[in-house]
Design a protein around this ligand. Sequence first.
Ligand SMILES: [Zn+2]
Length: 492
Amino acid sequence: MTELSQINRQIFSTIMAFTALILFFAVVYNTGTGTPATTSFAENPPTQEDVDYFAYLNDLNVLDKDWTSRQADLYASCQESIQIFAAVLGLGKTAYQAELAAAGFDLHDPERPINRGDLYFLLAREFAAPEAAETYFPGQGKEEANALAKLGIIEVPFDRKLRLKEKITRLELAATVARIKEPKLRVHNAPVIVNPRQPYTYDRLQADLMALADAYPTLIKLYAIGQSVEGRIIFAARLGQGEKNIFLDASIHASEWLTTSLLMKMLEEYAHYAKYNETLGSFPVAELIDEVSMWFIPMINPDGVTLVLEGPEAVQHGALAKKILAQSKVQDFSGWKANIRGVDLNRQFPASWKRMINVAPRPAPSHYKGEKPLSEPEARALYEFTLQQQPALTLSFHQQGEIIYWYNRQQGEQLQRDRQIARQLGALTGYRSDHLLVNGGKYMDWVIAELKTPAMIVEVGTVVGDLQQWDKIWRQNRLLGLKALEVVLQAE
Ligand SMILES: [Zn+2]
């Protein structure tokens, strides 16, 4: 069995050129699953007792009287703020004031309390770099706030609302000054990373995984669990430190790439709620992932997804794929489910493999089960990783049908348990779970037979790859991973 390895993100930028090499280094240098990460400010901010923010402010020597933590909740005035930031930015107060007036800043009542919109305005001169347009406050179009958030000078609230009219306390002003003067005190804000409203390519997946691991360093760890036929890395992202595991996997079928964006959005959303220790729906995410780790395996078939989304020119086996397509009844690559060699990875698992019906006789866009079980590296990677991690539950995301499959001839208590879980997950999503799909070769079939743990297929949406359905799919499935965690914990 391949040892699980954590990817060294420093060398990841060269990954396309040196994929095999990097996997080797990752295995050699970074084995094990429990690498501790540094704690960021936002996830573990120093308390007011730990840091005297007012010391940084009083050091400027511009206030008539030093501010103290006893007055932390008083509102700061415009006048005071201008004085302070003129000093912070190294400008004369008169020059700064003239500059602000020229830029349209409202100076008619200097004694009025400063609000957050004013604060961003004051700092914009120095910190609103146009390249800092990452989205911390989506849809609210405030570039200065985004720039300040990126630099860690302001803290993005949990709900990402700007609240420009809210008045600023002396403490917040002092903390802002402290963060400007002392980079160590800057907060680690996470931007919105995953955009599911677009075709979700392998390149996007890689970039987003790196960005998520950077944004949530204590919560998300990345691993490579294997490689595709063409050498693309099959990623797993672990959310949380729980001893038990559940798996969520997607895009074992290439044309069903929308399931990848679904898992990535779940990963981002759950990490965000866990970071702020907030409940999502009724689920206390941070507590749950402390007990059970969630493993996201968002793209099992990266070669196939690349073929579907970017065409035969984008893969090494483009000519072979064209030949396989020409021999089939399918017109184009949009419905291609198989890996790049025309093997259906969800017909590759050693469960009733010989007895399977409805299989293609040769390599095909779908339904060809291969010459033997696990002949394909993608299926083998998932197989080995499953044996290694022994998940207590697996959810495999497919398209389409708004249905949950869960049955593979299990009996007795196992049958009762799995039926019950499928009903619970069905109730949450609104999907049917009464239909039995028995054949063989599927990942789900093998997990049920081999591990005796619940394993399910979740068929999302009603049209494969239709981005118009995103909102509905998200609404139905947003809490599904958390429900699965709860189910596993209740089963103890
Ligand atoms: Zn499928």
